[in-house]
Design a protein around this ligand. Structure first.
Ligand code: IVH
Length: 674
């Protein structure tokens, strides 16, 4: 127990120091478990003595209520951009301009990795973090303090009460990015393209507790106003400033080096050619900066760029190799895409054996055939792609297949589209693995434990040849599979039973993986046609689909593309057989139709939290039945917070902040009863 405010402050300082050792020095002196223990102690103390709480408390990195928009921040000193160079000659031209401006003064450069993230600015007043903003257009950015607070490298309190403004980059490591995407894959969410976009998206999330789940990092590289002699944190050189920032508890790059002449500069640049791939984050080049502030002042800036710094962009990595043959990739939605099999070659840090050719138009355009030499690169640093043919071997150009390379059914091409499609989506082996995985996914049928591995095992053992077969699985057959025992087999069977019992028609519809038909479209459709039989009835009207399209398009939010795709799906004899088999097996959920209710709680918004006497979903349905709405997080538009047992304090404090009335279960019952 902490007895006094002084003890509380000492613990908060101690935690801040441990966090600095971890995130700034990369040299922790206590274990994560010990840190968490101390943090718990601090949180307990804050709960008991709310008035002691400080703004920079290590406990305050998460749990802020979502905000509806970010305030604009206008700066006096704009955040400039950097001019780019792409090779040694261009860099030499920069060096010559610098010498031209400085004469024969001794000159030093600092060479820093150019992190491919987002420019940010952090403001500290008397050592306390008070504002964090995006670069925006340089002059005006957005106040994203609430999300930057969740970034552990952003010190909430410095080691000395300094007032300063620093600029740097917020980014996601390659590993963190991969983890975020793995999770999204498992959850059936769309994948993020690259680490930079993910970091950008995270910074703009309006729910900071979501942002806190996405591990961002931060590196600072410029101190605003540092060149001014009278400034409190003035040093003679940039490198000294960086050292000083680190001392204060601000994370700076470990990879910065000093070059004292052209030879050293070009050697430093060269040394990064291969090393860049070993960095834990994406770097798209180097930044070369004049070290001395006096010299920076002499050189000045244009309206866009400083004349004392330049970016050296790493060359987009490209290599040539030989095409050994062609194979096909059959995606979940049936798109059959050509892939070049290549003589293995090193590219940007990995060995590449295959490269995407996008589609058949591309193959034709490139005129690519066996034995050709091709130039390849990595799109977004990840997926190898063929850029051009550099040498023809004289063999025939690869031809578009007429039949699915996996199931041999005839391929079709959507009008106006370049993708070649296999429409036998429910039985095509190539699509089976991915479609079964998707079907079982959490947001679809939600069959617990039926992930990639298990789906693969079941398919390989011929236990599943369409999604309907999931519901004929027997525990004894599953138990015989590699590494699976009786217990896992029984677990799977009961997960399947649960999924079957709990499914709604809209989830089933989504789970089928029909092209263009996502979860919200499925929900809208299921509100009008609430079970499979209703769709069959409509599709079976013998008018070439006219009634079907008309009926489905009449639904709010459903257009012709979705309607046509659904019609094609239901009308396809193979798919139809699978759907009928599902019904036979008892997978025939009926959607609960929620009539637009006007009731006693119309226009009222609820948030439900903590443990209640029944599942939250039940209370949600009952609130909705009398016209109320239930959302996930407390904001100023929330009317009531329904707090069950073990309600977290963040929800309660958000409710207090927004003046939201807090109800217990009994009070909610009374309200529903009117
Ligand atoms: S210095 C006036 N240093 O690159 C100085 N920028 O393409 C401007 N960047 O807007 C910035 N790493 O967001 C600097 N070590 C580094 C950097 C860096 C990444 C970003 C920054 C800037 C952009 C310019």
């Amino acid at each position: 127990m902490l007895q006094t405010r002084e003890e509380y402050l000492r613990l908060a300082d101690e935690l801040t120091e441990h966090s600095r050792r971890y995130y700034v020095d990369a040299n922790p002196t206590i274990s994560d478990v010990e840190y968490d223990k101390l943090l718990k102690k601090l949180e307990k103390c804050e709960e008991d003595n709310p008035s002691w709480m400080v703004d920079w408390s290590p406990s305050k990195r998460v749990g802020h209520a979502p905000i509806s928009s970010f305030n604009k921040v206008t700066r006096d000193t704009p955040m400039l951009s950097l001019d780019n160079t792409y090779d040694a000659d261009e860099l030499r031209a920069f060096h010559d301009r610098v010498i031209g401006g400085l004469g024969d003064e001794p000159l030093e450069y600092v060479v820093e990795p150019k992190i491919d993230g987002l420019g940010i600015e952090l403001t500290y007043t008397d050592g306390i973090f008070v504002l964090g903003s995006t670069r925006g257009d340089g002059l005006t950015g957005e106040d994203v303090s609430i999300n930057l607070r969740t970034v552990h490298g952003v010190a909430l309190k410095l080691r000395e009460p300094a007032s300063l403004v620093v600029r740097g980059e917020v980014f996601m490591t390659r590993e963190a990015f991969a983890r975020v995407n793995e999770k999204r894959l498992a959850d059936g969410d769309a994948l993020f393209k690259n680490a930079r976009n993910t970091a950008a998206g995270t910074l703009k999330l309006q729910d900071s507790s979501e942002a806190a789940k996405r591990p961002l990092m931060v590196t600072l590289y410029e101190l605003v106003g540092a060149e001014q002699e009278g400034a409190t944190e003035h040093q003679d050189t940039h490198f000294q400033t960086l050292e000083r920032l680190k001392e204060l508890g601000i994370p700076v790059s470990d990879h910065n080096t000093v070059a004292t002449n052209w030879d050293e500069l070009i050697a430093a640049v060269e040394s990064w050619r291969d090393r860049r791939h070993a960095l834990p984050f994406e770097a798209d080049g180097l930044v070369i900066k004049v070290n001395s502030y006096a010299q920076r002042a002499k050189l000045g800036s244009t309206s866009k760029y400083p004349r004392w710094a330049i970016a050296y962009k790493f060359p987009a990595e490209q290599v040539t190799t030989t095409v050994l043959g062609l194979s096909h990739n059959v995606g979940r939605t049936g798109a059959v895409t050509p892939v070049a099999d290549l003589e293995p070659v090193e590219l940007a840090g990995t060995t590449v054996k295959r490269a995407s050719l996008h589609n058949w138009d591309q193959v034709e355009r490139l005129g690519i055939g066996k034995g050709d030499r091709v130039l390849i690169h990595k799109a977004g640093e990840i997926i190898p792609q063929v850029l051009s043919v550099t040498e023809k071997a004289g063999n025939d150009v690869f031809r578009e297949p007429t039949n699915c390379p996996s199931c041999d059914s005839v391929l079709v091409r959507e009008e106006g589209k370049v993708a070649l499609l296999c429409v036998a989506s429910m039985t095509c082996g190539g699509q089976l693995q991915e479609s079964v995985e998707f079907f079982a996914g959490r947001k679809q049928m939600n069959i617990d434990g039926m992930g990639e591995k298990l789906c693969g095992l079941l398919i390989d053992a011929d236990l599943i040849s369409s999604v309907a077969d999931i519901f004929t699985l027997k525990a004894e057959d599953i138990a015989k599979l590699d590494r699976l025992g009786e217990v896992s087999a029984n677990n799977l069977i009961s997960a399947i039973e649960t999924a079957k019992r709990d499914a709604s028609f809209s989830r089933l519809l989504t789970a089928l993986g029909i092209r263009h038909l996502g979860g919200s479209a499925a929900k809208a459709i299921a509100q009008k046609y609430n079970r499979m039989a209703a769709l069959f009835e409509l599709a079976d009207i013998d008018d070439g689909g006219e009634s079907f399209l008309e009926g489905v398009c009449a639904i709010d939010g459903i257009g012709a593309v979705i309607a046509q795709s659904l019609y094609d799906f239901v009308h396809d004899p193979t798919n139809r057989a699978v759907l009928e088999r599902l019904i036979e097996l008892g997978v025939d959920p009926v959607e609960k139709v929620v009539a637009k209710v006007e009731g006693g709680l119309s226009g009222k918004t609820f948030v439900i939290t903590g443990t209640l006497s029944a599942p939250r979903g039940e209370f949600k349905a009952r609130i909705e039945a009398v016209g109320g709405k239930v959302t996930g997080s407390v904001s100023k538009s929330t009317n009531y917070l329904v707090a069950g047992e073990k309600t977290g304090k963040s929800k309660l404090s958000a409710a207090e902040k927004h003046g939201v009335e807090v109800l217990d279960e009994a009070a909610l019952e009374a309200l529903i009863a009117g």
